[in-house]
Structures are given as C-alpha cells and as structure tokens.
Ligand binder design. Structure first.
Ligand code: ZN
Length: 287
C-alpha cells in the first residue's frame, strides 16, 4: 500500500551500520518533515523510512504555515498524516482568524490530530498567560471536532495536568509527545488516561537517565514512539551520521533502546506501539 507509492532512492541509503530493520512496521508519531532541513531531499528521506519499516509518519504542525505544509505533504504521500495546531512557543500569535484557519485545516481528512499545542515554561517564548489562552482555545477545538490531541509540555507538568483535568471529559484521546519529565508527572498523566510519546531522549546518557527507570511504568496500550526529527538524534547509534540530522529511518534504534529499558522484546514493543498509534490516530479509517 505505502511502499509502492514512493520511489525507492537506493542512491542515498543510510550508512550500512545505521540500517536496522524492526521486527514489524513502525509508526513515527512525531516527525517535523516540514522543517527546512528536509526540503532538499524529502523523497530520499521517505524512501529510507520505508526501507527501515517506518510505514506511517505523523507530521507535526507547529503553526499555521507548517500545518498547511504538513497536510499538503500528507495529501500527496500515502502513509503520511498531519497534525494542525500552534506550538506554545508561538502562542502570542493566537487570534480568531488563526483559530478559524486551523479549524478548517483540522477538517481535512489527512489531518489526524489537533496540535502540537500545550505549555512550555522552559523558555517562555510566549508568556505563560498567552500559552494558556492558546492551549485552552485548542482544547476547545479538539472537543468540538473529536480529534485526538498531540500535546507538548516542558517544565509545565502541574499546570498542564490542572488544565487537562478540567477538560478531560470534553476531549477524546491525547498524547503527551516527547515525554521527558519525572515519575510524578508521568503517573499524573496516566491517571488522566493520557497516552505517552517517547523519543530518543532516553538514549542520551547525559540527560535521559531518569527516564530509563520510568518507561516500564507506561502500559503498552498507552505508549507510542517518535523521532521528533530533525531534532534529538539518538546517542545510541553505532556510527556517526553525516550532518547529524535525525530522520524517521532511525526510529528502530529508539525502539531498541526503549524495549531494553522496559525489559521487553523489540518485537512486542514494535507491535504494540504500532497498534496503539493506528488506533489513537484512527489510521485505518483514513485514506
Ligand atoms: Zn514538541
């Protein structure tokens, strides 16, 4: 279904040492493929992803322009889907026209989630008040459309839980993507029946160490995997990658690391994370 639609670009394979085939197909639930670093060679990136068993990718929309680009790419390429939303860094740009444009975008069939949206009190590129306003408005959009939510949270776990608790009955499924916080925050999210997205953060022995003891607490039916590429190149790769740009074809290395720290096989994590993602984003109902 998806493999035949993309020209295999065998002229640009990953270095031999970085090729890893997962036991079963994967879904990368967070790929920033509208990032400018992919503009030049997106077809090769997609071909390498398919070679690596990453059959489906959810393209993260971070503002209106990138959400539109993501939806357009998803329309052109089977196996690609998009989110549409406004990242908390950009929350100061929220206004009624933007809300209407995002709502229209979220009605397109290739858009499978509202987001990314949420709270980031780490750098406060927008003020906390602006972030809460834009987040609240996007929670309302998700409640209205019934689409799942793709959430971003950094250093704002307590406030995020308060807001989600208030909205919990009105919204459907929600995933906290690139989870990097502590045990209490994790269990607070799980108690709210949220899903968790894990990146290669825990492959980083300098800052991902605390996650290694936590990941086994996440029920398999709530756990999904993502690259968050081009960011967060995993540090467990067995060879250097020229350019150091992360891409979906490297997702199997992240699955390997997460499976190790969960004490389960790569096969079971690959199967469960894919089943969870397909159910969460309702991928079988699209196309
Ligand atoms: Zn994010």
């Amino acid at each position: 279904m998806t493999r035949s639609s993309v020209t295999q670009d065998d002229a640009n394979p990953l270095p031999e040492a970085l090729r890893l085939t997962p036991p079963s197909p994967l879904v990368d639930i967070g790929a920033n493929l509208t990032h400018e670093s992919f503009a030049r060679d997106l077809d090769a990136v997609l071909a390498r992803a398919r070679h690596a068993g990453v059959d489906d990718m959810i393209l993260t929309g971070t503002d209106l322009a990138h959400s539109e680009q993501a939806a357009d790419l998803a329309q052109r390429h089977p196996g690609l889907y998009a989110t549409a939303g406004l990242h908390p860094h950009m929350a100061s740009h929220w206004n009624p026209e933007l809300a209407a444009a995002l709502q229209a975008l979220q009605a397109r069939p290739e858009v499978v989630a509202v987001g990314e949206c949420g709270l980031d009190f780490n750098r406060n590129f927008s003020t906390p008040a602006e972030q809460e306003h834009a987040f609240e408005a996007q929670l309302a959009l998700a409640a209205e459309s019934g689409l799942p939510l793709f959430l971003h949270e950094r250093d704002a776990g307590a406030r995020m839980r308060d807001m989600l608790r208030h909205w919990r009955d009105a919204i459907g499924d929600a995933v906290v993507h690139c989870f990097t916080a502590d045990r209490d925050t994790l269990h607070g999210y799980l108690d709210l029946d949220l899903h968790i997205g894990l990146t290669g953060w825990l492959c980083d022995e300098r800052r991902g160490h605390h996650l290694r003891d936590l990941v086994a607490d996440i029920p398999a039916a709530r756990l999904m995997v993502e690259t968050d590429c081009p960011y967060l190149l995993p540090r467990n790769l067995p060879a250097k990658l020229k350019g150091r740009r992360h891409e979906p074809a490297l997702l199997p290395w992240i699955v390997r690391e997460i499976a190790h720290w969960r004490g389960e096989s790569e096969a079971s994590l690959a199967a469960s994370s894919t089943a969870t993602a397909r159910r969460f984003f309702r991928l079988d109902e699209e196309q």
